[in-house]
Every structure is written in C-alpha cells, then in structure tokens.
Write a protein that binds this ligand. Structure first.
Ligand SMILES: Cc1cc2nc3c(=O)[nH]c(=O)nc-3n(C[C@H](O)[C@H](O)[C@H](O)COP(=O)(O)O)c2cc1C
Length: 177
C-alpha cells in the first residue's frame, strides 16, 4: 500500500484547513511541519505553505532543508495558499517587472525545492482576516494596502475546501494509493 503524508505550515489556520482537505481526498496522514514529522515511512509527501511577503513560510523552508536527502528519494506534490484576490496575485511590492510570481509559479517552485520526483503542484486561494492578525502582520499589510494598493486593508476568504479535496483525490489516483 502506498503511504502518503501531507505536511503543511500555517500561521492563521487557512493552509491547515486546505491541507486537511487534501489529506482527506488522498487518504493521507497529516502533519504540521512545526512538529518535525518523520517522513521515512512515507512513499509520497505533499508539502503545503502559505505565501508570506513573497516567500514560503519559514517552518516549511526549514522542513525542506532538513529532509532534503529523504525527499529526493520520494514522490512529492506541493500546494500554496495566497491572496487570490489581490491584483498582483502574490507579489508584495506590486512591481510587476520582478519578484512577482503567479500562484502556480509559487507552487511549482515549492515542489522543485523538495528535490523529489514531482507529481503535481497547485495554487489555492487563502484567507485573510484583519481582525486576527498580530500587530506586526497588521502593520505590514495596512501599509501595503494603503500605499501600494491605494485602498484600506480588507480581508478575503478564497478558501475552497471541495477543490482542495478534489485535488487530493486526483493525487490519490495518480499514485494509486
Ligand atoms: C503579513 C502577511 C503577508 C502576506 N504576504 C502575501 C504575499 O506576499 N503574497 C500573497 O499572495 N499573499 C500574502 N499573504 C496572504 C496569505 O498568503 C494568505 O492569507 C494565507 O491564506 C495565509 O495562510 P495561513 O492562514 O495558513 O497562515 C500575506 C498575509 C499576511 C498576513
């Protein structure tokens, strides 16, 4: 039997919800990257990260770094969550010439960073609730909206759990789990 694990990072919970739906769709185990899961028993590892300030979450980058030798011998897939509704979808600066990537490019990049045999990668919309942000995140985004997007900071909820579940089912078919 093919054993699959979904490993994710999440600060405010939306990527955790998407990861749980993907894991359900696959029939996979689920672990937060912060818990430093042991991936040795798994044939397939799906990695999920939100995009923060144009980068993957630190805990996910740490997970990739410390598991690189093992991941290079595994089948992998990756997904990201990001601000689907922003005009410049994932770049923080709004500069369209450089440093701005599409959700799909971010997802491809995450899969590539694992060093494993890539099965698929996918970008998902995330969620942002200004009410729950910590002071530092609120400050960054308040500035970003006001000065670059020229409108007040507003939240969004682009999470699509059925879509995440369907992607999980597709992965299950791909790996024959
Ligand atoms: C401080 C901060 C910075 C963010 N930076 C980006 C960004 O650069 N690009 C983007 O597309 N989304 C950005 N987002 C949106 C998050 O990727 C999105 O809200 C995601 O769903 C959060 O995941 P989590 O709930 O699992 O922590 C940012 C959100 C916050 C709070």
């Amino acid at each position: 039997m093919v054993k699959c694990l979904v490993v994710y990072g999440s600060k405010y919970g939306s990527t955790a919800e998407v990861a749980a739906a993907v894991a359900d769709g696959i029939g996979a185990d689920l672990a937060n990257a912060a818990s430093q899961p042991d991936i040795r028993p798994y044939d397939v590892v799906v990695i999920g990260s939100p995009i923060y300030a144009g980068n993957y979450m630190q805990v996910v980058r740490d997970f990739l770094r410390s598991n690189r030798p093992l991941l290079s011998k595994r089948k992998v897939a990756a997904f990201i969550t990001a601000a689907a509704t922003w005009e410049t979808p994932v770049g923080l600066t709004g500069d369209t010439d450089e440093g701005v990537f599409t959700q799909q490019e971010y997802a491809d990049g995450l899969a590539g960073m694992s060093g494993g045999q890539v099965l698929d990668s996918r970008g998902f919309g995330g969620r942002l609730d200004p009410q729950v942000l910590d002071e530092s995140d609120f400050g960054v985004l308040d500035w970003f909206y006001r000065y670059l997007m020229k409108r007040p900071l507003e939240g969004f909820d682009e999470i699509d759990i059925p879509e995440a579940y369907r992607w999980g089912e597709e992965l299950r078919q791909t790996v024959g789990a």
